[in-house]
Ligand binder design. Structure first.
Ligand code: ZN
Length: 215
């Protein structure tokens, strides 16, 4: 099985980069915690009614817009396509009211699409730390949520065999904040030309929060 990582494109790359912020005073829920160790496994979710400020950085609006937390906005078009294809992994979809629109380029015309705030499922899929080249500072690791210490770097994303149960878009245990997708999700996005959707192969995705270690 091949997986992909949904990346938040940089604000100066791509032609449909879109992101959002909740308006001040927006209702938020409690951050989810591990049942066993109590560590936070995600960020505080925005709750309905969802009211946002939208920023467009390209010459068209994205079908996906990224925000400060674990939820993403998806366009009406993407929402319908996901439903029609029978893909799963969004645990809630709440219509977002766009209170303010910022166009960072004059060439960005037209109104944004209807957007839905999508929460992504926390899968039982578990990161295979060794195969992923994960390094962390000291800290015992919880076998339930896969968290412990601070992740310093990850060189690729490999999941433990038989832990993924078929979600098409999901978070894996041990790798908070990184949205993974199935091949089916990638194929759908490619076929429809879903905008502002950067999916890189899990084998080639990585990050290093401590590059100074190698200086
Ligand atoms: Zn835990």
């Amino acid at each position: 099985m091949t997986f992909f990582v949904l990346q938040n494109p940089k604000a100066d790359s791509g032609d449909a980069v879109s992101d959002f912020l909740p308006i001040d005073g927006a209702p938020i829920g409690d951050a989810p915690r591990c049942d066993v160790c109590g560590k936070y496994v995600g960020m505080c979710p925005l709750l309905p009614p969802v009211r946002i400020e939208l920023d467009g950085w390209g010459s068209s609006w994205g079908d996906i817009a990224f925000g400060p937390g674990d939820q993403v906005l998806i366009s009406q078009r993407l929402k319908e396509a996901v439903a029609e294809a029978g893909l799963n992994g969004f645990t809630s979809l709440d219509l977002a009211e766009v209170v303010k629109v910022r166009r960072r380029r004059k060439s960005l015309s037209g109104n944004p699409p209807d957007y839905w705030l999508a929460a992504v499922v926390r899968s039982k899929a578990m990161l295979e730390e060794g195969a992923s080249g994960l390094e962390r500072d000291v800290g015992g690791v919880c076998s339930t949520c896969g968290l412990g210490g601070v992740i310093k770097r990850v060189r690729r994303v490999v999941l433990q065999p038989d832990t993924w149960s078929g979600e098409d878009i999901f978070f894996a245990r041990g790798l908070p904040g990184t949205i993974l997708t199935s091949e089916r999700f990638k194929s759908l996005c490619n076929a429809l030309g879903i905008a502002n959707c950067s999916l890189v192969g899990a084998e080639t995705f990585g990050f290093d929060h401590y590059p100074q270690d190698f200086r």
